[in-house]
Design a protein around this ligand. Structure first.
Ligand code: GLC
Length: 443
């Protein structure tokens, strides 16, 4: 139970982190490890920032539009332009694509489409005429982004959109993707490193493990594989035709699609508020996505999973994504009830500091292992939002409480050990701070 003093301290600590990471028009996720602007980070940051300064929250989202590609894609990273970040920019070389923006360097992939949610959350803090103006300002970019997602990522018009690298899911080393990687997709050179036990060579080239303990990040083999995926995408200049021709990964990710469904709902509401008619084709495809989500439900295990785009095989490795249909909001009340049971169950997601990114009973579970066990404040925020909309008010309040306790106990860490609440990953992490402010306000 948080006391009034704790609340004051927590708020002050969160405000300080946001201030520390503020780069004028946007906020870096964390000093050192994440110096650039990230797509879904800025969305979560704006959601919290609206509680402090709505104009700054708007700016956070407007600054994301700098990175939008001419084909509508919103990149997951917009790089800083200073000379010392040349290596980061060079890794991606967005300039190889004719669609990349001319005056700024970005990555060549996207991230969960949280933008419409953030636009609406910020809009709620504005008076009606101003809100309409705000929606009008963001609407064209949102429409082209969602159209791009359908055009490039649902090429057969089946309803679900596919992702081409684990980074696009936002849950980087999440087990369903890593299981695919280990089972089928390790390139020859990485298999050789594994067989010859030369992982230490990879570590020499990594930056993340210079500041964060090795066991809290991708394994050496996984990180080499991610690098390999990135090089392949770059070689194809991020041309989806060429990528799909011979891709290492094409997965319809559950987390991504749930966020997309909610974003579509928001986009329809935005259009309605400003009397705009969404293109017919877009509306039809949105409906199809909602229906298609049910294809990801596995009756035998009673869980949702991500799916292989080509074979339609469900990737039956448990992760917290199974709870995200609560956030999507399009599943039945009865199904929502089944998901809530998983949240309560100790062997599933009901540990001391929920919601673990992987259930503790899983073979993959590692309490501090990045997206393979720890609890994250952003996914908690999504689940809380879904619980409220399905009427599980007590569950939402309880999860808000444990989330805030975890931050009060360990600071604005990137992620938390779900068994002890201890901090892991980077310190002073922006979305933890921002969403703490938001949860405090809506508590
Ligand atoms: C990590 C997270 C990703 C986030 C990025 C920047 O890569 O997995 O979701 O966007 O850091 O904070």
């Amino acid at each position: 139970m948080l006391m009034a003093n704790d609340v004051t301290d927590l708020r002050a600590a969160a405000v300080a982190v946001l201030k520390m990471n503020d780069r004028g028009s946007y906020t870096q996720p964390a000093h050192g490890l994440y110096p650039h602007q990230w797509l879904w980070d800025s969305c979560f940051i704006a959601i919290g920032m609206r509680q402090l300064d709505v104009e700054r929250a708007k700016q956070e989202l407007i600054s994301l539009l700098r990175g939008q590609w001419h084909n509508g894609m919103m990149p997951n990273i917009i790089f800083r332009q200073e000379p010392e970040y040349r290596t980061d920019r060079n890794l991606w070389r967005s300039w190889l694509s004719p669609y990349a923006p001319d005056d700024i360097t970005t990555s060549g992939i996207t991230q969960p489409p949280m933008l419409a949610e953030a636009v609406v959350q910020v809009g709620q803090k504005l008076a009606k005429p101003e809100r309409r103006r705000w929606y009008r300002q963001m609407y064209p970019a949102l429409v082209t982004y969602h159209q791009w997602l359908y055009k490039e990522r649902d090429p057969h018009g089946e309803g679900l959109v596919l992702q081409i690298t684990p980074w696009e899911t936002g849950l980087d080393n999440t087990p369903p993707w890593m299981a695919e990687l280990h089972e089928h997709k390790l390139p020859f050179w990485i298999r050789s490193i594994e067989t010859l036990r030369l992982q230490w060579i990879i570590s020499l080239f990594r930056r993340d493990t210079k500041s964060i303990p090795m066991n809290e990040r991708f394994s050496a083999i996984e990180s080499a594989a991610m690098f390999d995926v990135q090089l392949r995408l770059r070689r194809k200049a991020y041309d989806i035709g060429k990528i799909l021709d011979h891709a290492l990964f094409t997965i319809e990710d559950l987390n991504f699609n749930c966020i997309f469904i909610r974003a579509n709902t928001h986009l329809r509401a935005i259009a309605k508020t400003i009397n705009e008619e969404l293109p017919d084709d877009l509306t039809k495809r949105m409906k199809k996505t909602e229906k298609a989500l049910e294809q990801l439900w596995d009756l035998t295990s009673g869980q949702y999973y991500s799916r292989d785009f080509i074979t339609h095989r469900l990737l039956k490795t448990p992760s917290l994504a199974t709870l995200l249909p609560l956030y999507a909001g399009c599943v039945s009340q009865e199904r929502a009830g089944e998901l809530v049971k998983m949240l309560e169950h100790e062997q599933q997601f009901g540990c001391a500091y929920p919601v673990p990114s992987v259930p503790p009973s899983s073979f993959w579970f590692h309490a501090k292992g990045y997206w393979q066990g720890p609890s994250w404040v952003n996914t908690n925020w999504l689940i809380i939002d879904g619980l409220k909309r399905y009427g599980f008010k007590d569950h939402a309040a309880a999860l808000t409480e444990t989330t805030l306790e975890m931050v009060a106990k360990s600071g604005c860490a990137e992620y938390f050990d779900p068994l002890t609440g201890e901090a892991a990953g980077a310190d002073n992490f922006s979305w933890t701070a921002a969403l703490t402010l938001d949860l405090l306000e809506n508590n």
